[in-house]
Ligand binder design. Structure first.
Ligand code: FMN
Length: 213
């Protein structure tokens, strides 16, 4: 089976997906992704890095609780996602489904993805649950979709992205287009989140695709 084909034909109601937010700028992308996925029947497993919490506070004035259940409750309320569709795990919870290939979770998104997390995935560090879950996606040939964000990019960043791309990872950098003439931040954010959803093979009502009426 090719990288990214695993279980992708499953109905949304049978799918489980990991969404991680790391400490790159653009925390709003991660939140909007969770919000849009919350409109589907997909079960989301949420992983948040410590640095992502700092960025959430800096960019959106959000103080996300550290305790996993409290974080899940906050996100469900803030993003209007049904509680049974969203689970959150501590980054040292090695008994969580995300930590093992036998769980059958078929895809993972990291939005935004810091250069630190990208580097650690590219080198197989597996030092926290985000890196371990990504490592599982690679070894099980699941679908891994990353939204890296940094500017400018060093040769190290580019090498890591090329390495992961060659392994079948979907690299969807936070580079919104302007040809749809966005008139708000929300439209810019949705531009990127729609691309992430497309690469996760998830259809959400209202998603915009080029050439579609
Ligand atoms: C406000 C803020 C913005 C940041 N923006 C970026 C960024 O755009 N890209 C990046 O790679 N790191 C960025 N960083 C640095 C990362 O948060 C830092 O490297 C951290 O160690 C990443 O940890 P993580 O990968 O575990 O989330 C930012 C940090 C802060 C506080």
């Amino acid at each position: 089976m090719a990288q990214g084909e695993w279980n992708m034909g499953a109905e949304n109601s049978k799918r489980r997906l990991i969404v991680a937010i790391t400490g790159a700028s653009g925390a709003a992308y991660g939140l909007r992704l969770i919000e849009h996925l919350g409109q589907t029947d997909i079960e989301q497993h949420i992983l948040i890095s410590d640095a992502a919490r700092v960025v959430l506070k800096q960019e959106l004035d959000i103080e996300l609780p550290v305790e996993p259940q409290a974080a899940a409750d906050f996100l469900c309320k803030h993003l209007t996602v049904p509680t049974e569709k969203l689970k959150s795990y501590a980054l040292n919870d090695w008994f969580s489904p995300a930590a093992s290939g036998s769980s059958g979770i078929d895809a993972m998104a990291i939005a935004p993805c810091s250069m630190g997390t990208l580097a650690r995935i590219a080198t197989g560090a597996s030092d926290n649950l985000i890196e371990r879950a990504a490592d599982v996606m690679l070894k099980e040939r699941g679908r891994l979709v990353l939204m890296p964000r940094e500017t400018p990019l060093s040769s190290i960043h580019l090498e890591h992205m090329l390495k992961l791309s060659n392994l079948g990872v979907h690299i969807v950098p936070a580079m919104p287009g302007f040809y749809h003439r966005p008139s708000s931040m929300d439209e810019l954010i949705d531009f990127m989140v729609d691309r992430m959803l497309a690469h996760l093979a998830v259809d959400v009502a209202g998603m915009k695709r080029w050439g579609a009426s």
